[in-house]
Ligand binder design. Structure first.
Ligand code: ADP
Length: 170
């Protein structure tokens, strides 16, 4: 089985090869996990992000981690939930896939994700969690060079949805 773990924690504290940032298309910072990552990484992160000229929803861009314990930050703008009829599910799948492609290209063996789009972007957790774990599992089957992927959940309710999705996958 692919090596996927679900943990409760703060993604800014994780000493892994890459953490993922649930960013917005400007890549210039925001609230939630995005703000926390920029605060912890320091102003050099924003300076590098300014050189990237934004990112489309569902795509991803990579930067260094600066003052974070993680080596890289992979920034991906998740879809805003508009009811499900606007390609939101495929865009969320594309976020997870694009991040893992960049991680593999950059030699990352350990990658931590936050729960993309389920905060202020309002993607329903019961739909987001199976999309996340299913997409990660499919990618890891093709890319054994990535040793471990974790979902770092910030609260118990979120973690419960990802635990259940992983159970249903096994
Ligand atoms: P989005 O705009 O993609 O919905 P948010 O940052 O609003 O992004 O929320 C995404 C998830 O990240 C939510 O579950 C939120 O609780 C969580 N989160 C916020 N801060 C952190 C953190 N420091 N570490 C991990 N997850 C976090």
């Amino acid at each position: 089985m692919p090596n996927i773990e679900i943990i409760l924690g703060d993604i800014t504290r994780q000493a892994v090869d890459a953490i993922v940032n649930a960013a917005n298309c400007s890549l210039l910072g925001g609230g939630g996990v995005d703000g926390a990552i920029h605060r912890a990484a320091g102003p050099e992160l924003l300076a590098e992000c300014r050189t990237l000229h934004g990112c489309e929803t569902g795509k991803a861009k990579i930067t260094k981690g600066y003052r974070l314990p993680a080596k890289y930050v992979i920034h991906t703008p998740g879809p805003v939930w508009h009811g499900g009829g606007y390609g939101e599910e495929e865009l969320l799948r594309s976020c997870y896939r694009s991040c893992l492609e960049l991680a593999a290209e950059n030699g990352c063996e350990t990658v931590d994700f936050p729960s993309i789009s389920t905060g202020v972007y309002h993607f329903p957790l019961e739909k987001a969690a199976p999309i996340a774990v299913g997409t990660i599992a499919a990618f890891l089957r093709e890319h054994p060079e990535i040793r471990r992927v974790r979902m770092v959940c910030f609260d118990g309710r979120t973690k419960a949805f990802y635990d259940r999705a992983l159970e249903e996958l096994r």
